[in-house]
Design a protein. Structure first.
Length: 277
């Protein structure tokens, strides 16, 4: 079990915690994020601590205003913490300069957003390998990486088409490929199924599962949707900027895990839809 909550995780190390240390790929230690001024302070994230092990598929859920998107932005280096620390292995990103953060983001993080963020003037294949091309990687390395991604995501047949010529689900799989081609330390997904129909959403979630299993991708996905969350291996539930509950799937079927998620969400006013089965 990975400990979560406020405090304890990053200060006193128990014997069990020390044994797990090598597996702690990402550590979030008593992180706080405040907005406003002294007269009117909003605690978007309030002393949150948890770890993510290499190869985990973690979901973050919570009602609107719970702090889940703020937390993702902090992990993504898009925003700065007010207090606390975020470690990627031995690197404390809260101590990095803006230039160093930019380099870290480019080399270590992959992003999948609801609106795809693809370039319509580039083909699907060119979108996927854009980062490698800009880094001037050897052509053989680029072609090998691209072929692996295209096959895994089952989009080889649209490699020469442009984003405006393919479906929303195919665009999002392309966005996944672009995010993963550099084999980042962490793939961050913000409501990735939000703009997709039910079938395309299911295919995308199965794609995440494949990336997690075949490429040992470490994934953190923010979602309001119980169906999407049921594909994760572990879920952290936020409320009022704090982690108040955690679910671990373990050997449970996705159907059983989905019901557990719905039971927790019923206590928080979360989205209870599971119409996609």
């Amino acid at each position: 079990m990975i400990l979560v909550g406020a405090g304890g995780l990053c200060r006193g190390q128990t014997a069990e915690r020390s044994e797990r240390k090598m597996n702690d790929y990402i550590r979030i230690c008593e992180v706080e994020k405040y907005y406003g001024n002294a007269a009117n302070v909003t605690k978007a994230v309030d002393r949150v601590s948890f770890t993510v092990e290499k190869g985990e598929f973690v979901g973050v859920m919570g009602p609107s205003g719970s702090g889940k998107t703020t937390l993702l932005n902090l992990l993504a280096t898009i925003d700065r913490v007010t207090a606390g620390h975020i470690y990627y292995e031995d690197t404390d990103i809260t101590e990095l300069s803006e230039d160093a953060l930019s380099e870290f983001r480019k080399d270590n993080l992959g992003f999948v957003f609801q609106d795809y963020n693809l370039l319509d003037t580039l083909t699907i294949e060119e979108n996927i390998v854009l980062a490698l091309t800009l880094q001037e990687k050897p052509k053989k390395e680029i072609l090998t990486a691209c072929a692996q991604i295209l096959k895994l995501l089952q989009i080889e047949d649209i490699r020469d088409q442009f984003p405006y010529q393919v479906s929303g689900g195919q665009k999002q799989r392309c966005a996944c490929g672009r995010a993963m081609v550099n084999q980042p330390k962490l793939l961050l997904a913000d409501e990735p199924t939000g703009a997709l129909d039910s079938r395309s959403a299911q295919i995308l979630l199965e794609t995440f599962t494949d990336l997690n299993r075949e490429m040992q991708a470490t994934i953190l996905m923010v979602t309001h949707d119980a169906f999407s969350a049921s594909y994760c291996g572990r879920i952290l539930f936020l409320q009022d900027g704090k982690i108040f509950h955690e679910l671990v799937r373990g050997t449970k079927s996705r159907k059983v895990f989905l019901q557990e998620i719905l039971d927790v969400l019923s206590l928080t006013g979360g989205v209870l839809s599971d119409e996609r089965g």
